[in-house]
Design a binder for this molecule. Sequence first.
Ligand code: SER
Length: 389
Amino acid sequence: MQTDQIVRTFVEYFEERGHHRITGSTLLPPPGDPVLFTTSGMHPLTPHFEGRPHPLGRRLVNVQRCLRTTDLEEVGDPTHLTVFEMLGTWSLGDYEGPRSLDWAHGLLTEGLGIDPGLLHATVFGGDERTGPDTASLELWQDRGIPVELTVEDNWWSNGPTGPCGPDSEIFLWSGDTPPPPHSTPTGDDRWVEVWNHVMMRHRRLADGSLVPLPQRNVDTGLGLERLASLLQGTSSVYESEVFAPWRTALTSLWPLDEPSHRVVCDHLRSAVVVIGDGVRPAPTGRGYVLRRLVRRVLTVLWRDDPTRSLGDLPLEPIRHTLDRFRQEGDPTHVRRTLLEEERRFTRLLERGRQVLGRPRFRGPLDEEDFHYLHDTHGLPRDLVLSLRR
Ligand code: SER
């Protein structure tokens, strides 16, 4: 099943059940939001969990692009990406968790044709503050889906304070042979999490205590690229349809081992989307996240061959990604932005090598040295460390 077809099936399924489609926001949260990037489909809806009415009603569905730097270290494994699309549904004080899980089960098995024997669920098992989520547990038992109870893994929040709640995660089996009896998501990583349902009914305060939200909400998010790759039978998201133009372009341009190839694919595609949303490389904030993505790509590329240049990137994968994310940007302009950052990084590395060659910096460096190198020469600590390796 093609990725666009998954999106259509998902959205129509929920529209038929009274949900209104809302337009996903860009990666940039509204002004005043302390978070750099939208990390989840629920993020732009936060005020509506707190009770502010949404103009389109209490049942919503959308496709939201998200960026997570918390997953950066995991990028390169078969399922984690820096920028990804999340299919989301919301009940804003309307229906409760079991109905949401029941619809999810219906969509996955009937709508998308997944064998129910390949599904597993996890449910919040309860802790000293909140009891177990028995309503979700019973729903899954009724549907014949195996359930694992956990505590930390089944509590979702978007930050240290704000709306949060117990969640129930749905996993899909990715193994080549049927799941062994008694295999569970925490014990076998061939179970891949695809869809999270958060029973968003608490607010955590700064002192860590929980108070009830004015209404009981359900917030769900499904990782599109992950689900697409599993439905397309590929062993990682990088082999699925959305990465095909990147794989084709990069394979002929720069021969890389698979782990490096994945990092380059993920970071370049993410950088394109970030630039497409209007961010430019900068020493702080969003621009710094973009800068780190581009510089990590260059570090990987130059390990084998320092003459490699982002100026050689074909426009096709850039164009494909901008289209996928419904962005207006001009691919040539995006490539130019990448190339300008490459030139800046080249100059910085040259300066770094010169400065670090001075006798003062030959021995071990202390905090004062790091401050001086950063403040006077613009050399961040991680760059200094990599140049001295
Ligand atoms: N907010 C939850 C998540 O991001 C469900 O949408 O996983």
